[in-house]
Write a protein that binds this ligand. Sequence first.
Ligand code: GAP
Length: 487
Amino acid sequence: MYGLFRAPFLLYIIIRYSPFKIICFKERSKLMSDTLNEYQGKATMEKITSLAKRRGFVFQSSEIYGGQSGAWDYGPLGIELKNRIAGAWWKEMTQLNDDIVGLDAAILMHPRTWEASGHVENFTDPLVDCKKCKSRFRADQIPEEKLSSKKCPDCDGELTDTRKFNLMFKTNIGPAEDTSSVIYLRPETAQGIYVNYKNIVQSNRMKIPFGIAQIGKAFRNEIVTKNFIFRTCEFEQMEMQYFVKGGTDEEWFNTWRKRRWAYYEKLGVSMDHLRWHQHGPGELAHYAKEAWDIEYLFPMGWRELEGVHNRTDYDLGRHTEYSGKDLQYIDQETNERYVPYIIETSAGLTRNLLMILCDAYDEEQVADKGSDDDWRTVLRFHPVLAPITVAVLPLMKKDGLAELAQDIRKELKEDFSTDYDQSGAIGRRYRRQDEVGTPFCVTVDYQSKEDGTVTLRYRDSMEQIRISRTELVQRLRTDIKEYKRIK
Ligand code: GAP
């Protein structure tokens, strides 16, 4: 009987002090410092994808059927995060700017829209296929020597000639499947704004300069979808079109570049992971006179996050031509008539979500006992973006602590998004909340019953303070407002 109790103890001693384990731990530390050297945020796409699935942020679409490439589903925490990112952008654009109003246009638009916009003719990628391994590539993304020698970059098999591939999804509306019923899923939200510009000027008495903001789905038949949710066939955009008088466009273009940069700074994004990239003549979209991308240093390298474009009077000019409608703006004071120029800020909402996940991801050593518990994974979300703002944790389930904690949670619910967790050791519960980026935890213990105080624990510093439950709401509001990322 004694032996039965002794065996687990001996096993513990062997594992605890085994040199093998120490090597593993050292290896792990080395691996982590290697990753750290490679990528400052310590996030790799594998880690982000795995955490996103494990904790209910993002799932592969139709996973039980083997998955649908280019499409992803947002789970309980993912949709909260996405809504908060969208909410922060919407507030920035509409609430904080008197001259910008919102719109939610339909995804299905008259097919002439896409002829006018130039998408039917120009929205193409150059495509090549490998005749041997059947892989498909964007011709502009494979090494020049492979393309010119027509050799597959994967297997050296023969490549087909380059052909143009239109990225718009085509379908049919109504029962007949002929050319007269062809309709497209919109590849950008922008056109919904342009075709409504006159409606909005008239109904809302907008005066130039003014903007229209929209968040919504867009669809592109991307040839290569990889890197998790970075490039997908179905995604969401947050676009704002600012209508100005020709001649003032360059000034407004620079203003909007500055504003968009400042926005990411305000959100607490690591600014050394952001940079500008100006489009050269070969990169410019068919509608743009000038274009600058804000790029983010993702784990796979610098990639476009958002574009700021000077679209000139191209779009409204083309819609005038194709619709036959007069889309000139009439200045009521001077009676001047002109087709406005458009400055566009175009950000991917789902790509922003990936950026926010990568930017928040951190692994931190919090102890030195030689065990896995020495490390915590933490998502350092800005509290306005965190899917859960505050978690309430009773120290014990018994002695009325659970009921008291539920009562406190009920009070907090009115102001914040909350979670409640009573299972497992308190340290483990803190780690679970760290891993999903909950900035505040409130712990209810025996002293709470005596004097009405609770422990408020901060995710980033892990500092704990004792505070009266009556002061909690105000304290959290102040902490959110004054939040500064410490790492
Ligand atoms: N209206 C202009 C426009 O659509 P874009 O550069 O093609 O410009 C704007 O797209 C933003 O939309 C990109 O910066 C990116 O964040 C996002 N985006 C574009 N294609 C995407 C895709 N296939 N998957 C996810 N996000 C995408």
